[in-house]
Ligand binder design. Structure first.
Ligand code: GLA
Length: 438
């Protein structure tokens, strides 16, 4: 994984971050495992990062989201131990093996706090036991991930979902099902443990969309996720069949979910819901929005204006997400007027996140504006915002032109060059079977 910002130069070639193939990922993780711990792992499991097509900052408000799984994955070679020790190594810290005790680790801010990326992996074992799915054994594990870190592509959810499916198998929990026959209800229980690891062990107050995407998506489909009930529908999103690509622009403006900005937005939504007397903002019907905003404006105090705008984003984004999911699920080809409507919904989502939710940044806005100017059907930030990545829905033949226009716009603004990824809707977390293409 190279994560050094490259200065942007007008006219430069776009750099695409490749996804490791199953074979490469398995070889990297298993090789590291043998080097660090000796012997062979019990297996190599993987979990993808995600991009969200639409439905941003709706998950913790009880609304819908529409993510896809990326072909970029975290690969984890893991071997069960007979004791309660956890030993972890990653390709980025290969010299240092971290040794943890499953009986001693605990939430962030407690004496058992686990540092850095280890909090996600060890945290899942801790959370599975707290969810009543233990007792588990310890394990040795080696990680090799090609999901860009801090790029808003759910690198941390991939770090949670990979051990979730690995431990599910080696500890015989029986929740994930097979690669060809995933057990969605069981996976929803794994999601709960992964979210708990993220919230409590890593201290990021996130909403659960990312872990659902990594564990519950299907190749060639977007996941229409009801974040309140956990119900899902797999809506067709076979971009290649329609001559389309979803271009990810990783701005390399690094975002963090634990720096307070994300939590502040979540707190604002909770305050607004309280002012409106509803459990979650998803309870505000679009037809009631104007009246609701007037109530927030009248009772929101010093930050009434901000609360009004946060609320407006959430309620309108929920409607846009439902509309886009319905369009993808209507059985018609993704072309012509339908494609234009999908693009318009994506554009409106970004504009709302920029104006009302105020969680974009200049790098995201420049990427989106440049992609639209170069002919993208729609473009928007994806994920938590404040940095991270944008996505652009483009014709197959226009990918290079759009990427070049973004590069030139970045050079013009003096930004470091972004990286690009090809977001092919891919499979959820699972086990790599040796010698099989996945
Ligand atoms: C991050 C969080 C998710 C979600 C998005 C915004 O990715 O992890 O839970 O809230 O931001 O939609």
């Amino acid at each position: 994984m190279t994560d050094q910002p490259i200065p942007a130069v007008a006219g430069a070639d776009p750099v695409f971050s490749p996804a490791l193939s199953a074979r490469e990922g398995a070889a990297a993780a298993a090789g590291l495992f043998t080097e660090a711990f000796g012997g062979e792992p019990d297996g190599v499991w993987y979990a993808p990062g995600r991009v969200n097509v639409i439905g941003e900052h709706t998950d913790y408000n009880g609304g819908p989201a529409l993510p896809i799984a990326l072909p970029h994955r975290a690969h984890l070679a893991l071997r069960r131990r007979e004791d309660r020790t956890i030993r972890l190594v990653s390709s980025q810290t290969r010299e240092a093996i971290d040794v943890l005790d499953l009986d001693a680790i605990g939430p962030k801010g407690t004496p058992g706090e686990v540092r850095h990326w280890n909090a996600y992996i060890a945290g899942v074992a801790w959370a599975l036991e707290r969810e009543g799915l233990g007792p588990l054994t310890g394990f040795d594990a080696a990680l090799s991930s090609c999901v860009p870190l801090g790029g808003g592509l759910s690198s941390s959810a991939a770090l949670e979902s990979a051990p979730a499916v690995a431990l599910d198998e080696v500890d015989g929990l029986g929740l994930a099902g097979g690669a060809d026959d995933p057990d969605d209800a069981g996976r929803a229980r794994l999601v709960t443990a992964c979210v708990r690891a993220e919230n409590e062990m890593a201290g990021a107050p996130t909403g659960g969309m990312d872990q659902s995407a990594s564990l519950r998506c299907r190749a060639g489909h977007a996941l229409a996720l009801d974040c309140r009930t956990g119900e899902v529908e797999h809506v067709p999103f076979d971009l290649a069949a329609h001559g389309l690509r979803l271009l990810v622009i990783d701005t390399r403006a690094r975002h963090s979910l634990v720096d307070g900005q994300y939590g502040a937005r979540r707190t604002a939504c909770e305050r607004s819901a309280r002012l409106l007397g509803v459990e979650l903002l998803a309870d505000v019907a679009p037809a009631e929005l104007d009246a609701a905003l007037a109530r927030v404006a009248a009772s929101g105090g010093a930050d009434a204006d901000a609360l009004v705008r946060r609320t407006r984003h959430v309620v309108t984004e929920i409607e846009r997400t439902r509309d886009l999911a319905a369009l993808l699920g209507d059985g018609r080809r993704l072309t012509g007027e339908k494609l234009a409507r999908v693009g318009a919904l994506m554009n409106a989502s970004h504009d709302s996140l920029r104006e009302d939710y105020e969680c974009t940044c200049p790098e995201l806005d420049v990427a989106v504006d440049a992609a639209r100017a170069a002919g993208a059907h729609g473009a928007r930030m994806t994920g938590g915002g404040f940095g991270g990545s944008a996505i652009a829905l483009v014709d197959d033949g226009a990918v290079d032109a759009v990427a070049r226009t973004v590069l030139d716009a970045y050079a013009g603004r003096g930004f470091a060059a972004p990286a690009f990824l090809d977001a092919v809707p891919s499979a959820p977390a699972g086990r790599l079977s040796p010698g099989r293409r996945q």
